[in-house]
Ligand binder design. Sequence first.
Ligand SMILES: [Zn+2]
Length: 81
Amino acid sequence: MEHLNAEDIINYVTLDAMNEDTMVFCKHVNGHIRGCATCLGKLRKYLDIHDMYQVQNPGGDFKTFVSEQLQEEYVLSLDIE
Ligand SMILES: [Zn+2]
């Protein structure tokens, strides 16, 4: 089973609309994290970062923020398997 990548997790954390595509995507992510503590842990960390970001930057673009921060140690550390 392939792990979720950072992009999948970021997309999941920032989902704002439900349609057929996002439903399939959510099922895929939910199905995976149910059986994978590694990805569940990553998802939780990204959710925390997302919540903090939203408090500090209401209405800000989280995806852009995360992309810029991907070089930072704390985000890189999320990719350790
Ligand atoms: Zn996984």
